[in-house]
Design a protein. Structure first.
Length: 205
């Protein structure tokens, strides 16, 4: 099964993806995660990416596609994958259309204020990528023992730019996939397990 998770920054795509991996036994590909790995490598490309990501703007599509193609060529994607953070523009959606038959697009619907609260309290494990919120998790270590970090782009100024970028570039994809008849809305106003349950019900149909 090939799934896209669509939603504003902080809507809960990464958390839902982590839950779906265990249930569906297919990998999640987060283009943000691929870009962060490139940043950590400290290459010239990584430095350019850092500048764009920390400002909240989109990284050029050719760079993202290059990283995505490499990841998709891995054999673990042969039974499907969950895309988190791709596509983010109509241009990227058209590209994806040519290389994969997407089965379902889950559109995570959540109130802007809830998003801002979630992002401000978000902590991500340096080792396994698990996502926590300080409102519900009171430790500086992940359950795997890894340190919990605040993402460089999870500050109020960058979040505001990321949200505007989403509204301008990515929100049009809701209509795009709705017209293709593969979009389903998932209202994510409850707990992570609640959202996972709703998503699984949709995917079973
Ligand atoms: P995310 O981890 O999905 O929140 O992405 C973090 C940042 O990575 C975004 O704000 C963008 O700067 C960049 N990014 C991730 N995915 C894409 C994409 N598909 N196209 C362009 N930039 C991206």
């Amino acid at each position: 099964m090939k799934i896209i998770l669509l939603g504003a920054p902080g809507a809960g795509k990464g958390t839902l993806a982590n839950g779906l991996i265990k249930e569906l036994n297919i990998p999640t590909i987060s283009t943000g995660g691929l870009l962060r790995s490139e940043m950590q490598a400290g290459s010239p490309l990584g430095l350019r990416i850092t500048e764009l990501m920390t400002s909240g703007k989109l990284v050029p599509t050719d760079i993202v596609i290059q990283l995505l193609q490499k990841r998709l060529s891995n054999s673990d994607t042969k039974n499907g994958f969950i895309l988190d953070g791709f596509p983010r523009t109509l241009e990227q959606a058209e590209y994806l259309n040519k290389i994969a038959n997407i089965d379902k697009v889950l559109n995570l619907v959540v109130d802007k204020q809830v998003i801002l609260d979630r992002i401000c309290g978000r902590r991500t494990c340096r080792v396994c990528g698990s996502i926590y919120n300080i409102q519900t998790y009171n430790s500086e270590k992940c359950e795997c023992g890894g340190d919990l970090l605040i993402r460089a782009d999870d500050n109020p100024e960058t979040v505001a730019v990321r949200f505007d970028t989403f509204m301008e570039n990515t929100a049009p994809l809701i209509n795009y996939y709705n017209e293709k008849g593969i979009l389903a809305n998932v209202v994510c106003d409850g707990s992570a397990s609640d959202t996972l349950k709703k998503a699984l019900e949709i995917l079973k149909k």
